[in-house]
Design a protein around this ligand. Structure first.
Ligand code: AP5
Ligand code: ZN
Length: 217
């Protein structure tokens, strides 16, 4: 399957993508994670992306689309993929459509994760991520690690993302409303959108997403 996950920062895209990708046996492709890997490896792309990310803005389309395309063309993505955080504006959605068309492929579904703004702000404020693996995500109140600051899965150090400050989160939410939300209508016109309530227990949200995917088949 080829799936796009969309939703405001903190809706739980990364959390759900990890689970859905495992269940569906497709790679989880997160442009945010790809940028963060470039930042930690201090590549040119990472240096460029960091300034945009820290300000809560989108990284320019040209580099983002090239990076996403390169990842989607890896052999493990031949049978399908789950895109998390891409596309993030209408021109990226158009670029993805073009890319899929040249390969004679189509998207199967767009899952729109909905959560109220006060909830996503609380989720982001308490989020802690493992330095070793971005799939190891915790929350200081909702899903606290057994030992403060230490990853339960691998023992790695937990940290707070640079773009999770209150000011940057506000900017990211504004960017989501003005630039990303329009892709929901874009995909609605293609009949691809399933809206998922992203509140309640993590397992419950995963169940809703899998149900929606079954209905679409
Ligand atoms: P990105 O990394 O994609 O960040 P985001 O979209 O802002 O989303 P988040 O990672 O903040 O949240 P999430 O929805 O994944 O939530 P999570 O599962 O972690 O992008 C970062 C930046 O990179 C962008 O601002 C931009 O600069 C750049 N970028 C990326 N893609 C780009 C693109 N295509 N074009 C241009 N620029 C791009 O959950 C959050 C917290 O809540 C966690 O602590 C989790 O444990 C907890 N939680 C999750 N679900 C639940 C639940 N059901 N109940 C209670 N707690 C929960
Ligand atoms: Zn870890």
């Amino acid at each position: 399957m080829r799936i796009v996950l969309v939703g405001p920062p903190g809706a739980g895209k990364g959390t759900q993508a990890t689970r859905l990708a495992e269940t569906l046996q497709i790679p989880h492709i997160s442009t945010g994670d790809l940028f963060r890997a470039n930042i930690s490896q201090q590549t040119e792309l990472g240096k460029l992306a960091k300034s945009y990310m820290d300000a809560g803005n989108l990284v320019p389309d040209e580099v983002t689309i090239a990076m996403a395309k390169d990842r989607m063309e890896q052999p493990d993505a031949e049978g399908g993929f789950l895109l998390d955080g891409f596309p993030r504006n209408v021109s990226q959605a158009e670029a993805l459509d073009e890319l899929l068309e040249t390969e004679d492929m189509k998207l199967d579904a767009v899952l729109d994760l909905e959560a109220p703004e006060d909830e996503v702000v609380k989720r982001i404020a308490g989020r802690r991520v493992c330095r070793n693996d971005s799939a190891h995500v915790f929350h200081v109140t909702y899903t606290p690690p057994k030992k403060e600051g230490v990853c339960d899965v691998c023992g790695g150090e937990l940290y707070q993302r640079d773009d999770d400050s209150e000011e940057t989160v506000r900017k990211r939410l504004e960017v989501y409303h003005t630039q990303t939300e329009p892709i929901i209508d874009y995909y609605k016109s293609q009949g691809l959108v399933a809206t998922i309530a992203a509140t309640g227990p993590v397992d419950e949200v995963t169940r809703r997403a899998l149900e929606a995917l079954k209905r679409d088949q």
